[in-house]
Design a protein around this ligand. Sequence first.
Ligand SMILES: Cc1cn([C@H]2C[C@H](O)[C@@H](COP(=O)(O)OP(=O)(O)OP(=O)(O)O)O2)c(=O)[nH]c1=O
Length: 201
Amino acid sequence: MPARPPAQAKLILASASPRRRDLLAQIGLTPDAIDPAELDETPQPRELPLDYVRRLAEAKALAVAARHAGGFVLAADTVVAVGRRILPKAETEAEARACLALLSGHRHKVIGGLCLIAPDGRRVVRVVTTAVTFKRLSDEELRCYIASGEWQGKAGGYAVQGLAAIFVAQLVGSYTNVVGLDLHMAYKLLAGHGYPCLAPG
Ligand SMILES: Cc1cn([C@H]2C[C@H](O)[C@@H](COP(=O)(O)OP(=O)(O)OP(=O)(O)O)O2)c(=O)[nH]c1=O
């Protein structure tokens, strides 16, 4: 068992993503602070999706830990990958259409990187992969989905927790990883480093 950290050790979520905050709330965790890292998220030339999420999750955690000594700092990064290709976070309709055209009728991977920095400075990075298969999208489905606007700011141009759930023919692995934070791994990292995830009683 790891040594229990001081009772006042705070939980810092290094993320601007409301999805990650909501996911933590689902398991009864409310961060003491939400402090997004705001880094340049451009992939390096020929960077593989797995390397990219590891690098980003770690960089986000390190940037934020510098401002919160003695806390538990949790950071994450999510990408949608088609083979070695990292799809963008869709910011325009054209980007969302291009992503959905690649995903339609095919299997892709959602890769999530998590990094925890514990109060004693120990740092752990983990990667979780989920395989998702989309049905073949009709023109009408594509049009409705683009009109929904739910693709905005989402890795790969969709959000499984919304309307896009109807496109998912199969999902193998962690659902919460696709939404933005694998809760099993987040719990394992936090509890494993002595954060009191389970409220007494
Ligand atoms: C695939 C998928 C992604 N997403 C979201 C989760 C993330 O918010 C986003 C991926 O972008 P990220 O860069 O991982 O996260 P972010 O920019 O929103 O926040 P921060 O960097 O501050 O932590 O896509 C969904 O909400 N649902 C999905 O089904």
